[in-house]
Ligand binder design. Structure first.
Ligand code: ADP
Length: 427
């Protein structure tokens, strides 16, 4: 191609100059060297040639050496050997050493032009091939990278599916657990209510049938009936509590819990709850450690629910009695309320689980007292949504302490608490 750089090396000046003239007419950029050393200087001097035409036998050098030197500097350079008949053998040898072709001197002009043009074409094809190979290699690398990425995505999707499957299995397990716990827990008060109502009704009928003769213990009869209705009333309350718990869980899981934050005094709230619990459980001692006012911003009703649950559990799970100790203190700028009992305690391996939905300890002493395993789940959810923490420390056989830690100001606001996305479990 016109503009290609050619070096002609021959110690016969007339040959070199003639070739230069012929090739320049074809538009090549041609330099000549009249000895091996001159050629060496040109090559080492940074001359980059596309093609070198060299006599095989120079006075001061071997043409092969020149070819080698050129290839060392630029491996793409193509070379043609010039030779007389006498050295054809060496020309063949030169081909073996990497020369592209040879011309026998004195050479025909057309043959020279054709050979040079073919050699340069060959060089270009070689370069193109190498370039394509490079491109192919790069494409290959890109494909490998894409493949690896694809594999990563497949792995991630598989892991997600596996996770979903595990969650579904867990949900299924919870559902069955819920069915058995809920039906048992709901059935118990209903059976009791029904029994007591029947007795009360029978008594009243009997009395009505008898028609109220003098001497009847009318008042005693009324008292007995009132006693039975009292029991029914208590069972109704228990049933309502259980239903409320179920509704709470459903609200939590569908993100429908509404929180109304207000500035309030935790100490006052705790005192109020303790007093009410003490009245409802006169046989148990509920101790409240003295504390000064502790203002925080929180949802009062929901905190009351947590306290009720913690104190009720402390009573429920210490069947042998012992005081329940409640304390309020300032902590990390907010408040910490702890409820301690001296009851059955909780084994270490269950400490994490008890906050799970529907979790009930397999321990017989825990099973004997009723419950659906929802109280702590609901409580933890409430405290968490205040930006607080509900933690437990416990020693089996000695007792437990549940501590509710609350920040000075609940970090959430109402808008964040009503999440529109229903949890899977609630569907
Ligand atoms: P419930 O009391 O209705 O079963 P909770 O969610 O309140 O549900 O408690 C879950 C479980 O944690 C209980 O079944 C019980 O095994 C254990 N637990 C909770 N509080 C205490 C406590 N103070 N002492 C010992 N175990 C407790």
């Amino acid at each position: 191609m016109a503009g290609d750089r050619i070096l002609v090396v021959d110690d016969e000046e007339s040959v070199a100059v003639t070739m230069q003239a012929i090739l320049e007419m074809d538009g090549y950029d041609v330099m000549t060297a009249l000895s091996g050393s001159e050629a060496g200087e040109l090559i080492r001097g940074g001359g980059e040639f596309d093609l070198v035409l060299t006599d095989l036998r120079l006075e001061d050098a071997d043409g092969l050496q020149i070819i080698q030197e050129v290839r060392k500097r630029s491996p793409d350079t193509i070379s043609i050997i010039l030779t007389g008949y006498a050295s054809l053998d060496s020309a063949v040898n030169a081909l073996r050493e990497g020369a592209y072709d040879y011309l026998v001197k004195p050479c025909d002009v057309e043959e020279l032009r054709a050979t040079v043009s073919r050699a340069l074409e060959r060089r270009r094809l070689g370069q193109q091939l190498r370039q394509r190979l490079g491109e192919l290699e790069q494409a290959n690398e890109t494909i490998s990278a894409l493949n690896a990425d694809l594999q990563r995505r497949v792995d991630a999707a598989t892991a997600e599916l596996r996770g979903n499957l595990e969650r579904l299995t867990e949900l299924d397990r919870l559902k069955s657990q819920f069915m058995s716990i809920a039906s048992h827990e709901l059935k118990t008060p209903v059976t009791a209510m029904s029994g007591f109502l029947q007795i009360a009704l029978r008594r009243m009928r009997k009395r009505l049938d008898a028609g109220g003769r003098p001497g009847d213990d009318w008042q005693g009869e009324q008292k007995a009936i009132a006693g039975q209705l009292e029991v029914v009333h208590r069972q109704t309350e228990k049933l309502a509590r259980l239903i409320d718990e179920l509704l709470d869980v459903s609200r939590i899981q569908s993100g429908r819990v509404e929180f109304h934050l207000q500035e309030m005094d935790v100490t006052a709230l705790v005192a109020e709850v303790v007093e009410r619990m003490q009245t409802a459980n006169p046989a148990r001692e509920i101790r409240l450690a003295k504390s000064t006012a502790l203002p925080i911003t929180a949802d009062r009703d929901h905190l009351e629910q947590v306290l009720n649950n913690l104190i009720a559990n402390a009573i429920k799970y210490s069947p042998d009695g012992g005081p329940v100790e409640v304390a309020v203190r300032k902590a990390d700028g907010g408040a910490a309320v702890s409820v301690t009992d001296h009851g059955i305690g909780i084994p270490a391996e269950e400490l994490e689980k008890i906050f799970g939905v529907f979790y009930r300890s397999p321990d017989r002493r825990a099973r004997d007292v009723g419950g659906m395993g929802l109280g702590l789940y609901i409580s933890k959810e409430i405290v968490d949504r205040h930006g607080g923490d509900l933690i437990v420390e416990s020693t089996p056989g000695k007792g437990s302490t549940f501590t509710m830690k609350l920040p000075r100001r609940a970090i959430t606001d109402h808008a964040q608490l009503t999440s529109p996305e229903p949890a899977a479990a609630a569907r």
